[in-house]
Design a protein around this ligand. Structure first.
Ligand SMILES: Cc1ncc(COP(=O)(O)O)c(C=O)c1O
Length: 417
């Protein structure tokens, strides 16, 4: 029988299954040194390299640390401009500033990705790099963006935090630029709560990323344990009792630092927490590898559910995600637009349907201080227009087709609520 207290949720440990919980438990409480003879980080790096077919791969404790490694290795002049789209997360912007570069915001297009037209307009003498984000798992227009980069001698970096497994004209995202990074954060394509990967085919850049990885060291044991506890407490205590006690326990566990938050309060003020940049600890690499083995299954599921959402919602008044025929999207979230998004989300939460609200502001989360990330109002009208109208629907492995139908029914009958 369905547990009535367990929510349908987009972001509370979405990718975690029973085997992941058991694995986290054994890594936390099992006999230590079980894994000393193998190097889990290297295993993960090798598997990932095989999957993506890239030459050089380096594991870090987040997408943020991976981006920090790439930016440091690029050794551009301080103050160089790195162009990225608005309609993003402060986690993509802060590492640029921490590296001593200047983020320049480019508007997004109707696909929620970097607008090539606005990119052309915003190039200056100080522009050195472009970071392209495949938002919600929808691949960006790589031909056009690559062309602009080539014409203007700009380095192309791919932010694949949302898009592991997506393809553009038959090529996997993460293989189009000079370097790319991925995230294994708690609500990404695969998860080890905190983790990421920097990749490149450029031997010289790879040498510098490796030196950076060597230098920074591991996060503390306590920090690693905090991440290992996450899937266990979520699955065993918080989610099963979410609507009665679980949600309060989640706040309590995060407040008392038993569990981590995805974004530290310091980052909302533009400051780095002390656990970035760091390497990926072995225990989290083992969790990530277990998830990587399930990636194809996860992504096939996401695509199936997306098909179902398109069909179920076709008669509603929502702007559905663009269908891009030359690209294989992976739908990290099935993002729809509606003028009353805030109200719809509020109503859904009351019904224990925890649908998502990425992005409420051009640089999310909404309580990020805009001046600390350098976003100037009025510079990216599409991003400002879309922000606040977004409703993200879950596509992860723990969502069933039946639950998609429940969500769709809720969305289509809003005026009756
Ligand atoms: C678009 C985007 N880029 C980069 C990141 C950073 O990834 P991570 O959370 O692994 O540091 C995130 C995640 O927060 C993101 O949403």
């Amino acid at each position: 029988m369905e547990n009535p207290w367990r929510p349908i949720s987009i972001s509370l440990s979405p990718n975690v299954q029973t085997d992941d919980v058991k694995l986290a438990f054994s890594l936390l409480f099992g006999k230590k040194n079980n894994f000393v003879e193998v190097k889990p980080q290297q295993n993960l790096e090798q598997e990932f390299a095989r999957y993506l077919e890239v030459k050089h791969i380096y594991a870090f404790n987040s997408g943020r640390s991976s981006l920090m490694a790439i930016l440091a290795a690029l050794e551009m002049k301080q103050g160089s401009e790195v162009m990225l789209q608005a309609f993003t997360c402060n986690a993509a912007v802060n590492p640029i500033r921490w590296a001593g570069y200047e983020p320049v915001f480019v508007d997004c297009d109707q696909n929620y990705n970097l607008s090539a037209a606005d990119l052309r307009k915003k190039i200056t003498k100080k522009s050195r790099a472009v970071m392209v984000q495949h938002t919600f798992g929808l691949p960006a227009d790589m031909d056009e963006i690559k062309k602009i980069c080539d014409e203007n001698n700009l380095i192309l970096i791919e932010d694949c935090a949302h898009s592991l497994g997506a393809e553009y004209k038959g090529g996997k995202v993460g293989t189009f630029g000079k370097a790319a990074f991925f995230s294994f954060g708690r609500d990404k394509m695969i998860s080890c709560v905190y983790g990421g990967m920097a990749v490149t085919d450029d031997d010289e850049l790879a040498r510098k990323i490796a030196a950076f990885q060597e230098k920074i060291g591991n996060p503390s044991r306590a920090w690693t344990n905090q991440q290992l506890l996450h899937p266990i407490l979520m699955e065993k205590i918080i989610l099963p009792a979410y609507s009665i006690l679980g949600r309060y326990l989640l706040v309590l566990f995060q407040w008392s630092h038993i569990l981590s938050k995805a974004i530290h309060w310091k980052e909302k003020r533009g400051l780095p927490p002390d656990y970035f940049p760091k390497r990926l600890p072995g225990e989290l690499a083992i969790l990530a590898l277990n998830q990587l083995k399930k990636l194809e299954k996860f992504n096939a599921h996401r695509r199936e559910l997306a098909k179902l959402y398109y069909n179920e919602l076709k008669n509603g008044d929502f702007v559905l995600p663009p269908k891009l025929n030359d690209r294989k999207a992976v739908y990290l979230r099935f993002a729809v637009r509606h003028a009353a998004a805030a109200e719809i989300i509020r109503k859904s939460w009351k019904k224990n349907l925890l649908i998502g609200d990425w992005y409420r502001t051009p640089v999310d989360p909404f309580d990020t201080k805009p001046e600390t990330v350098g976003y100037k109002k009025g510079t990216c009208p599409n991003a400002e227009n879309f922000a606040g109208k977004m409703i993200n629907l879950p596509t992860h492995i723990n969502i069933t087709e039946y639950q998609v139908k429940i969500i769709a029914e809720f969305m289509l009958n809003l005026n009756k609520l």
